[in-house]
Design a protein around this ligand. Structure first.
Ligand code: DLL
Length: 438
């Protein structure tokens, strides 16, 4: 079997992966111009928003000029539901995906044949960057359907020449049986579902460390370095972070390389990243943390200009590839809780939970406001071996103490029975905000 840590050799890479920064910038400028023209010329929304802002595609003479163009936000996709953002006649769209969101109106995206080919090529690049090779078997446990995870990885793994097992999400018992019998080398799943699979392995008295998996492609939800260590320890495999959003294309916007595993290389020949101040919208220099804004460079059906992802990260220089990296996304603007004036991301609690070997990684947060003050409860399962009442009470006290000392937030901790926190089959729901809506 291939060593999972063996980086791809230069002749296995797409030439642009090793291009100079100047070459990348020149390509970006040409593609950016074409994207702005395509959006302005074919999509009423962009024509209106550019005209209102007093800018036209001809105003883009350098990459920095992009900052003069208006942002696109999720609400714009909803207002143009279902197909108003398409830049080609509907008949040229050969695939639709959508994400549900919280307000009920899904955000819809479409793909031309070329778009699907581009997407597959990018996901193939991600798989290869993670150490996957043609001929490997890839078990895909992201949901199939309108969600981009399943079919996105499917196209990429096929394009790379892998044997695809389109397992989709759920039926966890059967997935474990298939992994045992088919012996895939690679798995693609949300990090939280990977843990549900680990639990199922153990329930049927199989050691996940002895299964065939060597590489995991994990994303679609925030996860921490502590969660990576947990997955890698339980499966004896490399857990790789892969990022994307349906508005940009789906999975395949950026990925960690097996060589470094320290930040996700953005495929800058297809996406132009900016980091902006979430409050003012001003573009921030590389290295500063803010909200990731993405402009597509090659999409035909749904070109997207300055899309505000709500994801918080920062841009870092390239390492194993010349393309810049983004730091692991620790949370979305929308997920940030403000508890009695203190900002808190669920991922911060995850780090603290996973430091205690007596606790499992299955947790969620509940926020209530019974009187005038917010109350945070952390519900987390103890490991079965954490045993009796007295131990659990001390685990709860310790966790509340660590959270207080690290975040200055007083919270209560509920230690749940092993198996009682609902396992996700896709994106885990970490926050239940039960405060009255003002
Ligand atoms: O989640 C696409 C995807 C599928 C990415 C499979 C990776 C793997 P959406 O459903 O549109 O698309 O959700 C996009 O998920 O804005 C982030 O908030 C979050 N997200 C995606 N990948 C990561 C990641 C897919 N690696 C939203 N780390 C994004 C943290 C992530 N958050």
């Amino acid at each position: 079997m291939t060593d999972p840590a063996r980086p791809p050799s230069p002749d296995e890479l797409d030439p642009i992966e090793t291009a100079s920064r100047d070459e990348i910038a020149a390509l970006q400028l040409a593609r950016l111009r074409a994207t702005l023209e395509r959006a302005h010329g074919n999509v009423a929304h962009y024509k209106r928003s550019f005209d209102d802002a007093g800018v036209s595609p001809a105003d883009l003479t350098t990459l920095d000029d992009l900052a003069r163009f208006p942002f696109t936000v999720k609400e714009d996709l909803r207002l143009n539901y279902p197909f108003e953002l398409f830049a080609v006649p509907r008949e040229q769209i050969i695939r639709i995906h959508a994400s549900s969101g919280t307000t009920g109106i899904p955000t819809v995206v479409g793909y031309t044949r070329n778009d699907l080919e581009t997407w597959a090529g990018l996901v193939a690049r991600c798989l290869r960057a993670a150490g996957t090779r043609p001929g490997d078997m890839v078990h895909i446990a992201y949901g199939y359907g309108l969600f981009t995870g399943g079919l996105g990885f499917h196209g990429g793994a096929e394009a790379l020449g892998c044997t695809v097992v389109p397992a989709s999400g759920g039926f966890t018992e059967r997935q474990v049986m298939m992994i045992r019998d088919f012996e895939p080398r690679v798995i693609a799943a949300t990090p939280s579902y990977m843990l549900a699979l680990a639990d199922e392995f153990e329930r049927v008295r199989m050691d996940p460390r002895r299964c065939s998996l060597q590489i995991g492609m994990h994303g679609a939800e925030p996860w921490t370095q502590a969660m990576r260590q947990e997955i890698e320890a339980r499966f004896a495999m490399q857990a790789i972070d892969v990022y994307g959003c349906s508005e940009a294309i789906g999975p395949g916007v950026s990925v960690e390389c097996i060589e470094s595993k320290d930040g996700l290389h953005i495929w800058e020949d297809h996406f132009y990243p900016e980091i902006v101040d979430p409050e003012t919208g001003a573009v921030l220099p590389d290295g500063e943390t803010g909200e990731l804004v993405i402009t597509s460079l090659t999409k035909e059906a749904c070109p997207i200009v300055r899309y505000r992802t709500r994801d918080l990260t920062r841009l870092l220089p390239g390492t194993a590839r010349s393309m810049r990296r983004m730091q692991r996304v620790t949370g979305r603007n929308d997920d940030m809780l403000i508890i009695r004036g203190v900002n808190l991301f669920p991922s911060f609690i995850e780090e603290i939970v996973l430091e205690d070997r007596r606790l499992s990684p299955h947790y969620y947060l509940e926020v209530r406001r019974p009187g005038r003050l917010d109350e945070l409860t952390v519900v987390v399962e103890a490991k079965p071996e954490a045993g009796d009442e007295a131990t659990r009470a001390s685990v709860a006290r310790d966790l509340a103490g660590s959270i207080k000392s690290r975040t200055n937030i007083t919270c209560s901790v509920t230690i749940a029975e092993p198996g009682s926190v609902e396992r996700s089959v896709g994106k885990a729901k970490r926050v239940f905000d039960l405060r009255p809506k003002d």
